[in-house]
Design a protein around this ligand. Sequence first.
Ligand code: SAH
Length: 351
Amino acid sequence: MEATSKNIRNLTLNELEAFFQEQGEQRYRSRQVYDWLWKKNIRSFDQMTDLSLKVRDLLKQHFSLNAIEINSTQKSEDKTIKMSFRLFDGHIIEGVLIPSGNRMTACISSQVGCNLACKFCATGMIRYIRNLFFDEIFDQVAIINETALKEYGFPLSNIVYMGMGEPLLNYHNVLKSTEKISSEDGMGMSPQRVTVSTVGIAPMIRQLGNDKVRFNLALSLHSAIDEKRNQIIPYNLRNSLADLVDAVKYFHQQTHSRITIEYVMLKGFNDTITDARALATFCKNFPVKVNLIQYNPVENSPYEDSGKERTEAFKEFLDKLNMVVNIRRSRGKDIDAACGQLANKIINRKI
Ligand code: SAH
């Protein structure tokens, strides 16, 4: 992709310094520019107001700045805010701000579309277009943070990679974005406040272990029985639950971190005591926290939410085994901002 070959945000501070030296400019300019890019999150060279017009022109001649732009904003009755963003090549992605209690959580996308085709997820029904670049992932966080401050007076406390796409199929950019979010050069946020969610790509989970990442890992399990998981998550045919157990065990050995298990409650499909027992067996392999997620209706999907009673019975079974289990209420449903509902309703449709 041509426009990004000279993307200024692909340069390290040292490379920027070298550039200014080559151009016969002062080296300290590089620090100024770097702060504009990563701390002040400007979206055009003209916003670098402490640089002379000449220096700004020099930058414009040599580099592009592929910042994302807000395309639309919708606010839910429950204060959740869904934003859609336009990328430099015109594609649209979505991100969500979820205020709850003393938390301000940003839910961000890692790909334009998704090719996993999970049967219960709206994003799975739109076509995969491309991976996001690391700076596009970072921009979502920066813009949602600005929105949190403006609308609610608080900065982000948590970031979850639970928007559109599969983060571990865009490994390099996702990792680089988490580094920028945590780095003092970027947002300076503790990696413990960042969660990357995956459908379960076994080799990449091992890679996370090798890279000794410090953020949290969430696994979208939804069934601990292969025949059932195959039906709702086609990717399970590529790596089975046994492969996943091995990979997550390895991840845990390397990082010592607890795994979050996400489990969408689908009435009559994965919510019986047999399912709960299988889940408990799966979870014996490493320390976990289980989130039981209310299913959000998605067009053309045959599933229905389990409802309060069945979900509580399921939880009770797991509670008795001393497992850590939470029931997650859905947020932003009225504006299609809830889990699995991000689908750019008009744009990017398959048909
Ligand atoms: N691809 C990654 C990141 C997406 S996270 C992953 O699979 O983890 C989005 C989370 O919402 C996942 O746990 C996903 O399984 C869940 N989800 C998808 N559709 C949903 C729906 N209709 N209702 C509730 N949760 C859903």
